[in-house]
Structure formats: structure tokens, C-alpha cells
Design a protein around this ligand. Structure first.
Ligand SMILES: [Zn+2]
Length: 271
């Protein structure tokens, strides 16, 4: 679907502020990232849509930027030159196989297992620690405005048991990561994609992490991580209610070019 079709659907669904965040180019082949040669067209298209839809919806230009040390990060030249309105930084690749292939943490469970076996000799804890360490490195080095789908590595626990999210080592990794995010001043994305894809029952991050986030007073925003028009606001009402029940009353939102803390309820932002 084209960006314009997505935007039309967003307007239809009552969205007032919309950020485009396609996957940024990476220097190896994959199915979902913007092709490097097509990046200027993407950026230009969003700028045109901003003007075209100015009366109906606020539009912002961004990308979901991978963090791979020395390869790509929210502060890479290609990102800086893109003059994004905000940066969304996510870790999808926590390590590499011996032959140099990147190991993706949120691909299929068999592929996840293959990485755990080959790179970590079956030690899941080490793999998870590396994932969170990479998020911390990203936050320290690049301070993205928003940190994407924080605990996405839990996705495979729905298919089979890999680790216990209540274990103290895991909570410790998460908490260390929250501390870094807090001191960097980044916003944590609450992402509903796993819920409407029926992969997990909670958003990324889940309830117990959200309670910590609230306790630490770290700002949040809500995002569906949609890849098609039908998904733009999926699971927003129930997630907004969940957030409210945890004590969140505001989200940090880019509005008229400024980050502001805006009230929300299950019907959306109180704009
Ligand atoms: Zn992602």
C-alpha cells in the first residue's frame, strides 16, 4: 500500500497525528527495508503528503532505524542527511553468525533457535542479555527520540519456553535498560503489533515493564507498527485502557513540531 493510502485510512480512523516510519536501509539484503536508492523518493513523498493533507492530519517523517554497531544507527550519516522529524530506534539484530549473516531476534522461532544454538551454544540467557545490551548501546550512542518495541525478544516464549520474564536476571537486564533510556531522555514506544498479529497477549513492552516505566516516570507513546491501512489503530482502545489502569495519563507526542505531553483515553488523544 502506498503512503497516501495509509494516510487516507488514518484520517478515516480518526487519527490526528501520523508518523511514517518505514524500515531504514541496511547494507544487506532483507525483505522489509527501504532500498537505499529509493530513500530520496520516500522522503520526498512524505514531504508532499504533509502539504497535501495539512488540513486533515499532522504528518511526520521518520524511519524505524536499526542499530547495528558500526553499520547503522540513528546517528548514521544516511539518517542525519534524511532530516527526519524524529528518530525511532529499534534492535532487530542482536548478533551475527560465523559466516557474517545477521541474526534477527524477531524472525521465526526456528530461526531464533538456530541463532541461540549456533552463536550462544544454546545459552538463551546470553542471547537475551546481548539483545538488551545492544539496546543500551543504541540509547547511549544515538539517543533516539523513541525506542521501539522494547521487549520484543519475548515473542518466542509464546511458542515454546525460552526464559522466564519474572526471573531476576531478566528483570535486571530490563531495569538497566530502562535506566539508560531514562537518562538519555528517550520515549518508550508501546507497540500493539504482536497483539493484533496474535503473537503475544500484551503490548511490547508488557504490563510488568510498563509498571516500572510508570514508576520511573519515563514518557511513552502508542504505536501500532502497522504495515497496512487496516492495522493503523488496531488494539489502541484496549491498550489505552491498560495504560490508564497502570497510571499513565499522558503520552509524549510530536505536535506542531514540539514534543508535548498529551492526555489520552480509549478514544484517542485529547487534542
Ligand atoms: Zn521493528
Amino acid at each position: 500500500m502506498s503512503p497516501e493510502e495509509n494516510l487516507l485510512a488514518a484520517v478515516e480512523q480518526g487519527v490526528k497525528i501520523y508518523g511514517f516510519s518505514s524500515h531504514c536501509p541496511v547494507p544487506f539484503e532483507n525483505k522489509w527495508s527501504i532500498n537505499r536508492e529509493k530513500l530520496p523518493d520516500y522522503l520526498e513523498e512524505i514531504e508532499e503528503l504533509k502539504k497535501k493533507f495539512a488540513e486533515q492530519i499532522e504528518v511526520y517523517k521518520s524511519m524505524e532505524i536499526d542499530y547495528i554497531p558500526g553499520i547503522i544507527s540513528p546517528v548514521s550519516d544516511i539518517i542525519q542527511q534524511s532530516k527526519l522529524d524524529y528518530t525511532l530506534g529499534s534492535v532487530h539484530f542482536a548478533n551475527q553468525f560465523d559466516d557474517g549473516r545477521y541474526w534477527e531476534i524477531d524472525s521465526t522461532t526456528p530461526k531464533f533457535k538456530l541463532g541461540v544454538e549456533e552463536i550462544y551454544k544454546g545459552d538463551v540467557q546470553k542471547a537475551v542479555v546481548d539483545y538488551y545490551e545492544r539496546i543500551r548501546m543504541m540509547v547511549r550512542e544515538a539517543r533516539p527520540d523513541i525506542v521501539g518495541h522494547l521487549d520484543k525478544i519475548k515473542i518466542h516464549n509464546s511458542n515454546e519456553y525460552f526464559f522466564d520474564e519474572e526471573d531476576s536476571w531478566y528483570k535486571n537486564e530490563v531495569n538497566k535498560t530502562l535506566e539508560e533510556i531514562k537518562s538519555a531522555g528517550s520515549i518508550i514506544e508501546v507497540n500493539t503489533r504482536g497483539m493484533y498479529k496474535k503473537l503475544v497477549e500484551e503490548p511490547y513492552p508488557g504490563k510488568s515493564i510498563l509498571r516500572e516505566i510508570k514508576e520511573m516516570n519515563i514518557p511513552i507513546c502508542l504505536n501500532s507498527d502497522s504495515h497496512q491501512p487496516d492495522d493503523i489503530t488496531k488494539k489502541f482502545p484496549e491498550t489505552a485502557e491498560l495504560l490508564y489502569s497502570i497510571g499513565f495519563q499522558k503520552m509524549r507526542i510530536l505536535h506542531q513540531g514540539e514534543w508535548v505531553d498529551m492526555e489520552f483515553d480509549k478514544n484517542g488523544l485529547k487534542i
